[in-house]
Design a protein around this ligand. Structure first.
Ligand code: MLT
Length: 306
């Protein structure tokens, strides 16, 4: 009977699936890297979210390991090159949390447009500052999507529903798909020049790192608002800070940061910045979806493919 270790907080649904499929499963979230290395040897599969770091050292201590399942989209916490060299399959769940993450981006866009966190804090503090919080409408504004894949295309759909004009930069977006989504496919420079709001939906790769670099932030329209619910490292945080201070960028909503956990940042001091702690995938529905999907995929592989 194959054995799987779940080393991060996954929905109990995953445990049920593994058991039902005849796989022995242990649920041990919160182990230190050394503790994880010490117990990994007998397992055929390892299921993680983002807390466990699946390094070369960990895999060297796991001679039986055949599959690593990431309950989520990004596999940033898995050394895929080392896994591949050892014949360990790495699988993710690219669809399970896409709606949830897209909804978070839309929520962040509204939060920025209407300064909701600041207005809430001010009201709760008993200040009733009705004149302080003048917002902007989303209706008729141009949303620049950097990345129009699983998540970006859901954001596009919701934004079209809000009667925004959506322009998208994505080298993988076909002309036909752009038409189906009701978005205009553009080059990055055109997006930077036209967007009132910019939202990022790409993985962090050598091509996308600092895609909103100092130079590209300078190209954005004055008064633009930026949303990043994808990956830290896509936006140059120091350049963003300077552009916010200078008033060139009117606001930024950040769910992800260059360094995580992000417990301090000069950006936290700015009132036109809204921050959340990498909550893009944090809904009950998404966590259930990714847990079910990763467990089923890993079971399929261990029972038939490995
Ligand atoms: C993902 O890659 O699935 C999301 O960023 C969510 C997460 O890391 O928890």
């Amino acid at each position: 009977m194959p054995r799987v270790l779940i080393s991060d907080k996954l929905s109990p649904a995953a445990i049920e699936i593994f058991k039902r499929r005849g796989i022995e499963v242990d649920f041990r979230p919160g182990l230190s890297p050394a503790e994880l290395r010490a117990i990994i040897a007998p397992y055929d599969g390892l299921a993680v979210r983002s807390a466990s770091k699946v390094t070369r050292e960990l895999m060297e201590a796991a001679p039986n390991l055949k599959v690593v399942g990431r309950a989520g989209i990004g596999v940033d916490n898995v050394d895929v090159t080392s896994a591949t060299a050892r014949g360990v399959v790495v699988m993710n769940t690219p669809y399970g949390n896409a709606i949830t993450t897209a909804e978070h981006a839309i929520a962040m866009m509204f939060a920025l447009a209407r300064q909701l966190p600041e207005a809430s804090a001010s009201t709760k503090a008993g200040r009733w500052e009705k004149n302080r919080f003048m917002g902007v409408e989303l209706f008729g504004k141009t949303l620049g999507l950097i990345g129009c894949g699983n998540i970006g295309s859901i954001v596009a759909d919701r934004a079209v529903g809000l009667h925004m004009k959506v322009v998208a930069f994505d080298p993988f977006l076909s002309a036909q798909r752009a038409v189906e989504l009701g978005v205009e496919k553009v080059e990055l420079n055109e997006l930077l020049e036209r967007a009132d709001f910019v939202t990022l939906h790409t993985p962090l790769t050598e091509q996308t790192r600092n895609i909103l670099s100092r130079e590209n932030i300078a190209r954005l329209r004055k008064g633009v608002r930026i949303i990043n619910c994808a990956r830290g490292g896509l936006v140059d945080e120091a350049a963003l800070y300077d552009a916010l201070k200078a008033g060139h960028v009117a606001g930024a909503a950040l769910d992800v940061f260059e360094t995580e956990p992000a417990t301090e940042s000069p950006l936290f001091a700015l009132e036109n910045v809204v921050c959340t702690p990498h909550l893009g995938a944090a809904t009950a529905e998404a966590q259930e979806n990714v847990a079910l999907q990763v467990a089923d995929q890993m079971a399929d592989y261990l029972l038939t493919g490995a």
